[in-house]
Every structure is written in C-alpha cells, then in structure tokens.
Design a protein around this ligand. Structure first.
Ligand code: MSP
Length: 511
C-alpha cells in the first residue's frame, strides 16, 4: 500500500487558535481524507510548538508555569480539532519527552560533526514572531512579518552552518521543480533569500529558559526552529529505539505551511536534513492567508473570535466547506460571515441540500422508497451519465495538484447538472402516467447515483453531511462510477442544511 505522510505546521500555543489555524488544518485534513479514500496508508500529523520566549512571557504574565499555560491551550486545540472533524493520526507536542530526547541527540550529532558551532549572536529580534532578522531584511526598520519594533540583542550562541549547504540547496531547488509550490514562492526563496547569501542560523539562546536544554552546555536552550522543524521526524522515532515508523513514512509527502514560514521549511529544514544525511520532503506547499478585510487574522492583532462560534451558528461542514472552497490555490482569501452565509446558502443548502431532499422525497412518494433500475434510458441521459462517470478522474486531477477549490467546483457542477436534470425530465409529470412509471424510476435511479457518486467525492470536505446522506440513501456503495444495478431502499428525507437568513442573522448582533 502506498503511504502518504502529510503535516501541518506545529502551532504556537501562545493563545487559543483562530480560523487561520483552522484553515491549514482543514486543508490538511481534506487531503488526508482524500488520500485515504484512494487507498493510501495515510499518516497525518499536527501539533504544537511549545517552547520559546513568547510563551515563557505569557505564562509569567498569567502567573502559571509555561507547561501549565500550554497544557490548557493544547486541551482547547484538541477540542477544536474534534469539533472540526480533523482526522489526525498523531498530535505532537514539542514538550513530549521523546521529542525532547531526539532533539538533544540531533543537536549533539550536528555539533560533533561540525555543522553546529559556538559563536556570538548580534542581531535584531522580533519577540512576537520569534524571528531574527538582518538589517537588510527589515521593512522601514521594522519586522518584515508583523511590522513591529525589533530589539538589538547580543549573546553567546550556537549556530547552524547554513552557508556550507547553500550551493547544494540551490542545486536541489533547481533540479526539483515540484519541491516548492506554488512556483512563485520558489523563485522568491531563491532570489530573495538564498542567492544573496545565507547567514548561519542561531540555534540556541541563553536569554530565556523555556526550551530544550543543550545537552552539553547548560546555559543554552535549543532555539525554537531547530526544535520545531525536527518534529516531523522525531515523532516517527528517528534516532530512537524504534524507528519503524520513520522507515515507513519518511520522507514526508507534503508539508503544508502558511506562506510566512515557507522559508524555514525550504531553507533551514532541507539543510538540517542534508546535514543529517536524510532525504528531503517531497513537497512543501505554501498556502495564502485567510484575511479579514485585507489584514491578517492574528492572535496579536486580536481581530478574531473562537471558531466554535461559527460552527455553532452554521454547522461544522459550512465552515469546512467555506475555507476549502473560498481560497484559491496559493492566494489569500477573505473570511467574512456574509460570504460564509452566501456560500452555505448557495452551494450547501440550495444545490446539494435541495437535490438530496427533492430526490429522496420523490423516491419515497412515487416508489415507497424502493427502486431498482429498469434502465429505460433516453438520449438525454447520456450526457448526464457521462458526467457522473468522469467525475472521479476530473476531481483526482485537481486534488493531486492541491487544487481543492477547483475540485469542489467540479463536484458542484455535477450537483447543479443534477438539479437541471430534474427540471429537464420533470418527474412530477412522468408520475401522472402509468405508462411512464419505468421511465420515472430510471430518472430517479440516475439521480440517486449522481448523489451517491458526488457524496463519495465530497467526503473529504463535508464528512458529517456525507454520513447523513449515506444514511438517507441507505447504501454504502463507495464506487466512483455509475452502477446500473444497485438496489435502493432509501430512508426518510431529512433536511441537511437550513437556509440562513442573512439580514436576520446580521441584525441579530451575532457579528
Ligand atoms: N510554530 C511555528 C511553526 C513551526 S512548524 C515546524 C508557527 N506557528 S503559528 O502558530 O504562528 O502558526 C503558523 C501557521 O498557522 C501558518 O503557517 C499557517 O499555516 C497558519 N495560520 C496562522 N494564521 C493564518 C491565517 N490568517 N491564514 C491562514 N493560515 C494561518 O509559525
């Protein structure tokens, strides 16, 4: 069985997660579910990046230990992932003992082989982003990521020799065109960061304590990116007594990350792996941000609310569907309650919900819920059945290229076509004539097959709705093509989505 190892970034548990974190995690979940449906042995990992000055400071402000502080947020995060139906296989915390031990071994190995050395760090540091910057990288003298003040710091530190691997990295990127996606990000990395010259990376700190101790130098803790990036292999048992998972799943097939951390994943991480003499991940995909009125949704800007509020108001699948559908491949997308309501009403309630409801109701009304296919096809069925049969291949061509939004568009084209098929065949007219009974049964059968086939494809996006649809269809057949001899004994029709009255909702002060 072919394996598929997919990861999200491990998020900083410095505050509870917002819809932006959900965005990455939902995409990863969608891809993991899709690959599982295609028979892959999927390993889907997410988790939390718990060390660093920012968390130490936050915990101090709250009067608790850093561990107590992150424990609470991790519980909240796990509850959120449950509410969003995130099907992760493993949740890593960088405070896990096995991770800590493996990071210490990696650090020691890199030191002993001369890839990590001791020096003095003089630099500009942005506390909220936990990033060091050079003068030339600043924008108007401020942090290029968040626009805030940076502080000058000087301390003894260990460094990772990025410069030593620069040429190998350039060669790798140039000979592996699929490694970074979208392609524009690859050019940005090469031209803006790598080719101007890589500076060695500071990988330890002495100015705070909340980190993994450098095993041979008590004053230092491992600085957060070496600790964070290695999570992708430490969880598989790399450098532990049992590395069977490592042998099975490494290299990762896909690291999914937001665009602001793509440089760590396509420069620092490959170099760590080269230094460890390990294969590189197959692909790093840098997606765009969800923005609210053009600005980044962020913990530090405080312009967000708990994602569970949206789930409560609109349902989990409305939220999942919205983020998967609304943000095109690689670009930013706007999150707004208005757009969420519009999408839910148009696609989920009107197109999908109505189709299922109308079809199942008619099957109940005209055939007491049970139909077999009399196969009384007409010319006008051909185009419809062709669309059903081509769906799997068309969706695969999009999903395999991470074009989730386009894949959904294709599935909804068929759902819309199915509604049109009802208008073209007018089942309520056929029902009036006994002579048309078989034709009517064929039409409804075709519609049930369209619903079934679309549901098979849509499971990655809206799993709990699809479970309800399969319960109404009362059939578990997951084949992706039209089957002409299924026996349907459908259950009662039940509404899947309620149309949301936008005005009423917006006026009800819930914004
Ligand atoms: N801890 C690091 C990652 C280490 S990975 C080895 C980190 N954490 S973070 O909490 O800041 O999370 C960053 C990730 O969250 C982004 O890369 C992105 O995937 C996701 N997002 C956070 N805000 C987001 C949006 N507004 N929109 C989309 N994704 C966002 O960086």
């Amino acid at each position: 069985m072919e394996k598929f190892y997919i990861t999200t970034p491990i998020y900083y548990p410095s505050a509870n997660f917002h819809i932006g974190h959900c965005y990455t995690t939902i995409i990863a979940d969608a891809l993991a579910r899709y690959k599982r449906s295609k028979g892959y042995d999927v390993y889907f990992q997410t988790g939390t990046d718990e060390h660093g000055l920012k968390i130490e400071t936050k915990a101090h402000e709250d009067g608790v230990s850093p561990k107590e502080y992150v424990d609470k947020i991790v519980l909240n995060a796990k509850d959120l992932w449950k509410a969003l139906n995130i099907s992760y296989d493993y949740f890593v915390r960088t405070t896990d003992e096995s991770h800590v031990k493996a990071v210490q071994k990696i650090f020691t190995k890199l030191y002993e082989q001369g890839d990590i050395y001791k020096g003095t760090y003089k630099g500009l540091y942005c506390v909220p982003c936990e990033s060091f910057w050079t003068k030339t990288q600043l924008v108007d003298g401020k942090c290029p990521d968040c626009g805030r003040e940076v502080n000058e710091v000087e301390e003894e530190a260990y460094f990772l020799k990025l410069s030593k691997y620069q040429d190998r990295l350039v060669e790798y990127l140039e000979t592996h065109p699929d490694f970074i996606e979208p392609e524009s990000r690859k050019n940005e990395m090469l031209n803006n960061f790598i080719k101007p010259g890589l500076e060695d990376l500071c990988v330890s700190r002495t100015s705070f304590k909340w980190g993994i101790p450098v095993p041979f130098d008590d004053n230092h803790v491992v600085y957060v990116w070496l600790d964070a990036l290695t999570n992708y292999i430490t969880t598989l048992g790399y450098m532990s007594d049992d590395d069977s998972k490592f042998k099975k799943y490494w290299p990762a097939d896909l690291h999914l990350v937001g665009k602001e951390i793509i440089r760590f994943h396509t420069i620092v991480w490959p170099i760590i792996l080269m230094a460890l003499d390990l294969p590189l991940p197959k692909k790093v995909y840098g997606h765009g941000w969800l923005v609210i009125n053009g600005s980044k949704i962020s913990k530090s800007l405080g312009n967000y609310k708990d994602p569970r509020e949206y789930i409560k108001d609109f349902g989990v699948d409305a939220v999942r569907y919205f983020v998967l559908r609304e943000v095109p491949f690689g670009s930013d997308g706007n999150f707004s309650v208005e757009a969420l309501i519009d999408r839910t009403n148009a696609d989920l309630a009107n197109t999908l919900g109505n189709l299922v409801n109308r079809t199942i109701s008619m099957v109940n009304k005209y055939f007491d819920g049970s139909i077999n296919n009399p196969k009384e096809y007409l010319e006008l069925d051909q185009d419809f059945l062709k669309m059903i049969n081509e769906l799997d291949e068309k969706v695969a061509s999009k999903m395999d290229n991470l074009r989730i939004s386009e894949a959904l568009e294709i599935i909804f084209d068929l759902l819309r076509r199915s509604n049109k098929y009802i208008d073209e065949t007018t089942p309520w007219v056929l029902a009036k004539e006994d002579a048309m009974k078989k034709r009517l049964e064929t039409v409804l059968y075709n519609l049930l097959e369209a619903i079934r086939v679309c549901s098979v494809q849509l499971e990655f996006a809206i799993p709990s709705t699809i479970e309800k649809i399969f319960a109404q269809l009362n059939l578990e057949d997951k084949t992706t093509k039209y089957v002409d001899n299924n026996n349907y004994h459908v259950n009662k029709a039940e509404a899947l989505f309620k149309r949301i009255d936008k005005e009423e909702f917006l006026n009800s002060n819930k914004m």
